[in-house]
Design a protein around this ligand. Structure first.
Ligand code: 5AD
Ligand code: SF4
Length: 456
């Protein structure tokens, strides 16, 4: 075979087996995409940066709020023109699982529709696509006990990486689409998680973030009873791996959040002193309607455990305003909870009715303008709380992981163990490297970040 002949064959293969992947949504989706990319590379595909260059165009979608599915259809409609060029389209993730085969009806040029519970079958699905099959689906695995485990994760950051420890969710909060899109709750074995964490440490990763919809309900499926680990034990074991300097976890559910997690944070210095514990509402009536399985008082008990810890633990949360029937008084109870806890960050959302969820049938929808007003009020209150919280760090020292440099401001971007942004200046000859850890003295504060000077 001549060199020219080989080049022509390679060019054909390359044109066909290039892919572009765009990701929407949460950290779980971001990490799923890292695993999907790894799988595609392993199958001989090459990743490209634009739709134009790609043979296979994939969207990893989110359906947690708003009209996410509409956005996906709009985006697909924009790309209809590329079909004539022979490109293949695939929809992955939560909208894929939620809308299923309806996607083929509305966007007939889509060839692959696959929910996250089916990703471990992607290699077979890719073979079918390569063979020219028009409608390939991965939608029937929501009852699986298997997780998407792969040794080919294409992590984008060389210092800090995610590890999924639990997939799916069995909680069925009234507003939430996740149990329908991600399927039944299933945990990986602690042996497998620890093996992945050790491999990452060997590759030079120093920070690991354990991921799951509800990491606190982690149940080690290890066969050997004596080696089974609770979530807190797994957390501590990851933190004890040589080379690992920081361990984070997200997201937690108050009902399953045990005191042993606080004890682990106290005992193992590498476990970051930050807990994200979504409360959603400060009203017991609303919490009950949301089927959250805890009361305001039980939630505050968990806050008290953390506030009594030997290390100061930073606490952040998620809140939904305008759940159906939420009265002004009930909204006021959420505001008073913010005062009582004094969070370091609150991610707040207007309630959004989602397909299949129990709260879809609830009456007394709150008008959008009222939801928007409540959101504004809540955000203004939280801003004031954070302004006070952040001030108290002025004059204190923190070790930060260097995340990069803001050239325009001449500042390096740092992150503290508490997950706060602490930007800093450094002496001209210091040149802190991205991914390294440096000591910083805090000199001023803002509602969302701190500013300081590197100490040499
Ligand atoms: N409407 C508004 N916010 C929602 N969240 C989840 N489902 C909905 C919904 N239907 C929020 C919750 C959750 C976060 C990830 O998204 O606050 O903790
Ligand atoms: Fe969005 Fe939830 Fe799916 Fe994450 S799990 S992508 S937040 S719907």
């Amino acid at each position: 075979m001549s060199a020219l002949h080989i080049r022509v064959i390679l060019a054909n293969v390359d044109a066909q087996k290039t892919f572009y992947l765009e990701t929407f949504g949460c950290q779980m989706n971001v990490h799923d995409s890292e695993k999907v990319v790894g799988t595609l590379l392993q199958e001989g595909y090459t990743q490209v940066e634009t739709v134009e260059e790609a043979g296979l165009v994939l969207y990893n979608t989110c359906s947690i709020r708003d009209k996410a599915e509409q956005k996906v259809f709009n985006r697909l409609a924009d790309y209809k023109k590329y079909k004539a060029q022979g490109k293949t389209f695939g929809v992955l993730g939560c909208v894929a699982q939620q809308e299923g085969e309806k996607i083929f009806e509305r966007a007939p040029y889509v060839s692959l529709v696959c929910g996250s519970a089916s990703y471990r079958n992607l290699p077979q699905m890719l073979v079918q696509i390569q063979a020219g099959k028009q409608r390939v689906t991965g939608l029937d695995d929501r009852e699986t006990d298997e997780c998407f485990e792969t040794e080919f994760t294409a992590r984008t950051n060389p210092h800090r990486g995610y590890i999924t420890i639990i997939e799916g969710c069995d909680k069925f909060c009234a507003y939430c689409v996740v149990p329908f899109t991600r399927g039944k709750e299933r945990s990986r074995t602690s042996d497998s998680v620890l093996e992945e964490a050790r491999q990452m440490a060997d590759l030079g990763y120093t920070e690991i973030q354990l991921l799951g919809q509800n990491v606190n309900s982690y149940k080690d499926s290890a066969g050997d009873r004596l080696r089974k680990k609770s979530f807190a034990e797994l957390l501590a074991a990851v933190g004890e791996i040589p080379g690992i300097r920081r361990v984070r976890f997200t997201t937690s559910h108050p009902r399953d959040f045990g005191r042993d997690i606080v004890e682990a944070i106290e005992a193992v210095p590498t476990l970051c002193d930050h807990v994200h514990l979504p409360v959603q509402s400060g009203s017991n009536r609303v919490l009950d309607a949301m089927q959250r399985l805890y009361t305001r008082e039980q939630y505050l008990e968990r806050m008290a455990w953390m506030k009594a810890a030997k290390r100061e633990i930073s606490i952040t949360t998620d809140v939904i305003v305008g759940f159906p029937g939420e009265t002004e008084t009930e909204f006021g109870e959420t505001l008073s909870l913010l005062d009582e806890v004094g969070y370091d960050a609150v991610f707040s959302f207007k309630y959004s009715p989602r397909p299949n969820t129990p709260s879809l049938k609830l009456e007394d929808a709150i008008p959008d303008e009222e939801k928007a007003r409540r959101l504004e009020v809540l955000m203004a209150k939280q801003r004031a709380i954070q302004t006070t919280n952040y001030k108290k760090y002025i004059g204190t020292m923190h070790e930060v992981m260097v995340e990069g440099k803001n050239e325009a401001r001449g500042q390096w971007i740092g992150r503290t163990s508490q997950n706060k942004t602490l930007n800093f200046t450094a002496p001209a000859d210091a040149l802190p490297k991205t991914g390294s850890y440096v000591p910083v003295m805090t000199t001023s504060s803002f509602p969302n970040s701190l500013l300081g000077e590197m100490v040499v």
